[in-house]
Ligand binder design. Structure first.
Ligand SMILES: [Fe+2]
Ligand SMILES: [Fe+2]
Length: 286
């Protein structure tokens, strides 16, 4: 069994002193075996601009070229914007992502002023190159990276109180809802339970955790880190999410990025013993 998982936050909406913040997410994940050796090094998402990822990684002493692979949680610009930087550093890198990751998509508040939130143009062409070079492994269904490390693929939407978390559409006229089917999370089974790494949890954080528990047949959830996308959550969703999280009994709750300040406050109050404050530049051993 793996001893622990070290997660270094390379991009987040908040940053520790001396590091840069941006609206986006990227984690450097090292899975450590019982004898202290590193089994796998995974880059999870790439942030928005690319240069924040690059500079924060450098300050952490992390060489992005040493990643075994890149896992992309979904196709939003704030998770994929640094793809070019990563591919420049390691042209042969293997990338895991959903086949619908590169679709057109918009955020449209009040049905006006559509904002494109899909892969930026430059990143579209990098994605195309990766496709041509057959460097992408599609994760529409769950995929194992190796023994005890997996990617959820499509997460079933089962709770009645969770939704994608915003005014997301496939067209700029707000006629077709974007269900963000490409949203997926990474999980690692350690000897003290599961470590779950989420991007934005557009499938719902409870749906995500439930699916990981089901596929792994593991009840113990040691840590959950990532965006919970509760930024637009109403009171009902917030309280039902907290109630469900209580039932799951998570030891370390490291919500960040698109979770939203108000939701972070609710979570920190509800789980004072378990709440972990995430900032770019910080590392956690789970
Ligand atoms: Fe996001
Ligand atoms: Fe997102």
């Amino acid at each position: 069994m793996y001893a622990n998982v070290k997660v270094t936050v390379l991009v987040d909406n908040y940053a520790a002193e001396g590091f840069e913040a941006e609206h986006g997410l990227a984690f450097w994940i090292e899975v450590v075996d019982g004898d202290g050796s590193i089994v796998k090094t995974i880059l999870f998402d790439t942030g928005q601009s690319g240069h924040v990822l690059e500079r924060n990684a450098e300050k952490c002493g992390i060489d992005l070229a040493t990643a075994d692979c890149l896992v992309l949680s979904h196709g939003h610009y704030d998770h994929t914007g640094g793809l070019k930087v990563v591919v420049n550093k390691k042209p042969t890198i293997k990338v895991y992502g959903h086949s619908k990751l590169d679709i057109e998509r918009y955020s449209i508040k009040d049905k006006a002023n559509p904002r494109a939130i899909d892969l930026p143009l430059e990143i579209q062409s990098v994605w195309k190159q990766l496709k041509e070079r057959r460097q992408i492994e599609y994760t529409d269904d769950s995929v194992m990276l190796c023994d005890r490390i997996g990617i959820t693929g499509f997460v079933k939407r089962e709770t009645e109180y969770e939704d994608v978390g915003g005014p997301f559409y496939l067209d700029n006229k707000a006629q077709h809802d974007d269900l963000i089917e490409d949203d997926q999370s990474l999980w690692i089974r350690t000897n003290h339970g599961l470590v779950i790494v989420a991007g934005c949890s557009h499938a719902g954080i409870i749906n995500t955790i439930t699916q990981v528990k089901q596929v792994t047949n593991e009840e113990r959830v040691h840590a959950v880190i990532g965006g919970f996308h509760l930024v637009n959550a109403n009171e009902e969703r917030m309280s039902k999410t907290i109630r469900s999280l209580r039932g799951i009994k998570i030891l370390k709750l490291a919500a960040c990025h698109c979770t939203g300040d108000e939701a972070l406050m609710h979570l920190s109050k509800a789980f004072p013993e378990n709440y972990v404050e995430v900032q770019a530049g910080r590392s956690f051993s789970f």
